[in-house]
Design a protein around this ligand. Structure first.
Ligand code: GFB
Length: 322
């Protein structure tokens, strides 16, 4: 078994960010700008991450030293429920191809990004890393969860069999610049920012939220997530995944009120009870990450304001889809 170095310096390294056009990947590219490393990226047209041959060839030609595996098919509760095959197949292929190619091309360190939905639907709160695989998953996103659990296990298997220094980070619900504001496929935060903004502009008396508003969710700004991932890349070298969250949660109704206040929408909030609530609560324990020396810096209020500013700027230039 390879000895785990206590500190992995990124300076001077060739660092591949897989998924750099996504919300997390673009935040990682921003964050890595101050690390003195050379950031490698590849667009979907240049490299199909679902194609094993292309991924192997790209790694052989570009020889990254470190990899942030932030490429994934992602979406909100309805998208997860509506496209189970895509969420399972695409994510399995992307992570398997990148992890295997990292091994064959001699990557020194890899960080795989998963999701808090890997945990059982009724896990004890706050959810510690040990809760993985201790109970049934939330049905609306079990396909995505299974793919992400497979990614954790693949990273662990390469560590166990070949001594590869591959680690995994499990972020909570993320938001921020670069988010998907398409109401059919987005997560709750961008959806509500958009709904409140458009209701304010058109003078509507109400906005509609999905479900009962009682589920509790934990949110982390994507720039905090990127900072945590870079920290873990440097200081963490063990098999078990690490939760990446804020350590605080609130109900969807409370979140809606915060967003309405930030946007300046004063109308009513009504419920579409035909839409699913999903898991009742998934607050992750932040203890392990804090022990490793990291805690978040961006408050939820400031983060919402920043995300709303970004949305207004991007929708003005029509870069946010319908
Ligand atoms: O963010 P979200 O789509 O995903 O929904 P999950 C969170 C909660 O917000 C659910 C409610 O209870 C939704 O019913 N909600 C209220 C809304 N209004 C809306 C709305 O307009 N749009 C959306 N999207 N939700 C996802 C998983 O679960 O979390 C993924 O499906 C992933 O796999 C991700 O793990 C982090 O938090 O329920």
């Amino acid at each position: 078994m390879m000895a785990n170095p206590p500190f992995y310096a990124l300076e001077g390294k060739r660092v591949f960010v897989a998924g750099h056009r996504g919300m997390v990947g673009s935040a990682l590219v921003r964050r890595l700008g101050s690390e003195g490393c050379s950031v490698l990226t590849s667009t979907r047209n240049e490299l199909d991450l679902k194609n094993q041959g292309s991924v192997r060839a790209w790694f052989a030609a570009n020889r990254p030293d470190a990899v942030f595996l932030a490429a994934a098919k992602v979406g909100g509760i309805l998208a997860n429920d509506a496209y189970p095959a895509d969420f399972l197949y695409d994510n399995l292929m992307i992570e398997a191809n990148i992890i295997e190619a990292s091994f064959t091309s001699g990557v020194e360190k890899l960080l795989f990004l998963g999701s808090s939905c890997i945990y059982p639907k009724f896990a004890a709160q706050p959810i510690t890393e040990e809760a993985l695989l201790t109970g049934p998953l939330e049905p609306t996103n079990e396909w995505y969860a299974i793919a992400k659990i497979a990614g954790i296990k693949l990273a662990q298997a390469y560590r166990r069999q070949y001594g590869c220094n591959y680690i995994s980070a499990m972020p909570t619900n993320l938001y921020g610049p670069g988010d998907n504001f398409d109401l059919r496929s987005s997560h709750v935060m961008p959806a509500l920012i958009r709904k409140a903004h458009e209701a304010k502009l058109s003078g509507d008396a109400q906005i509609e939220i999905w479900g009962t508003g009682t589920p509790r969710r934990e949110f982390l700004h994507v720039d905090d997530c990127a900072d945590a991932c870079v920290h873990l890349m440097k200081v963490y070298s063990a098999s078990e995944h690490v939760n990446v969250g804020s350590g605080e949660d609130l109900t969807i109704l409370e979140l809606t009120r915060l967003i309405c206040a930030a946007v300046g929408f004063q109308g009513a909030i009504v419920h579409d009870l035909t839409k699913p609530d999903g898991t009742p609560r998934k607050l992750m324990s932040a203890d392990k990450l804090r022990t490793l020396g990291w805690s978040p810096k961006i408050s939820l209020i400031d983060g919402i304001k920043g995300a709303y500013d970004w949305f207004q700027r991007e929708s003005a230039t029509a870069r946010v889809s319908a």
